[in-house]
Design a protein around this ligand. Structure first.
Ligand SMILES: O=C(CO)[C@H](O)[C@H](O)COP(=O)(O)O
Length: 240
């Protein structure tokens, strides 16, 4: 079995949480895309849902598949968001933003009654931080912002290289909101909440990839099958 099949298994299990008439948030990334494709099959079969995509990329995919879309302006409250993650710890705290969609992902997830994360088991970690934390920043004053991130992250016990995300041709990666991203290689975090607080304090920081207290459940595909971890109820393992 491959990582792709674990992602697919998690996405397939997530479909069981979708009910007719739901307003859904659609995540971004390879795992979330598998969910969108599976959802499209259900929509073709008659399922009625209304969805808000978390990126231009997911919007294009959903449109290609004929999934009915709306916006958070028209539909500000959602029932459920299904999205991927770059890291998930034992308290369902996440690092997200590997695909650069962290701002819209966080807005959509927090506008939802429930957020369910779907991922392969390699995303599970004891401590967040091996994956560099994406921090979305305004272009204006970005060097000053970078310096403040370095200083305040150090106060929160986090040290490491901060690099601007670039495309393969060396051009800056630009988010859907027109901002830049710093990837912060802080290593394992002792206190993600303190870091989150520190980053929120910096005016040039638009958003950071720590999702703390936002996910309600995680569906993890792995060699043992699919595990559903719910914040209140703990973990239940299901066969492949
Ligand atoms: O946060 C994200 C995009 O901003 C993605 O959900 C995250 O990067 C996981 O992606 P994938 O499912 O491709 O591993």
């Amino acid at each position: 079995m491959s990582v792709e099949s674990y992602k697919l298994a998690a996405a397939r299990r997530a479909l069981q949480f979708v009910e007719p008439g739901m307003r859904l948030g659609l995540g971004t990334g390879s795992t979330a895309s598998k969910f969108v494709e599976l959802l499209a099959g259900e929509v073709r079969a008659g399922l009625q849902v209304l969805c808000v995509p978390t990126s231009e990329e997911t919007q294009r995919l959903a449109e290609q598949h004929g999934i009915p879309l709306t916006t958070l302006c028209e539909t500000p409250l959602l029932d459920l968001t299904i999205d991927g993650a770059d890291e998930i710890d034992g308290e369902l705290r996440l690092i997200k933003g590997g695909g650069g969609a962290l701002l819209r992902e966080k807005i959509v997830a927090t506008a939802s009654d429930r957020m369910i994360v779907i991922a392969d088991s390699a995303k599970q970690v004891a401590k967040l931080g091996a994956f560099p934390l994406p921090v979305e920043v305004a272009r204006f004053g970005m060097t000053a912002t970078r310096n403040m991130i370095e200083m305040l992250a150090a106060d929160a016990g986090c040290h490491g290289e901060i690099t601007q995300r670039l495309l393969s041709d060396g051009a800056p990666f630009v988010t859907d909101g027109g901002n830049y991203i710093f990837d912060c290689a802080f290593g394992p975090m002792e206190d993600p909440e303190a870091l989150d607080e520190a980053l929120k304090f910096i005016p040039g920081v638009v958003e950071n990839g720590l999702f703390l207290g936002i996910a309600d459940a995680a569906i993890i595909g792995g060699p043992e099958g699919v595990a559903v971890i719910e914040a209140q109820y703990g973990e239940s393992q299901e066969a492949v």
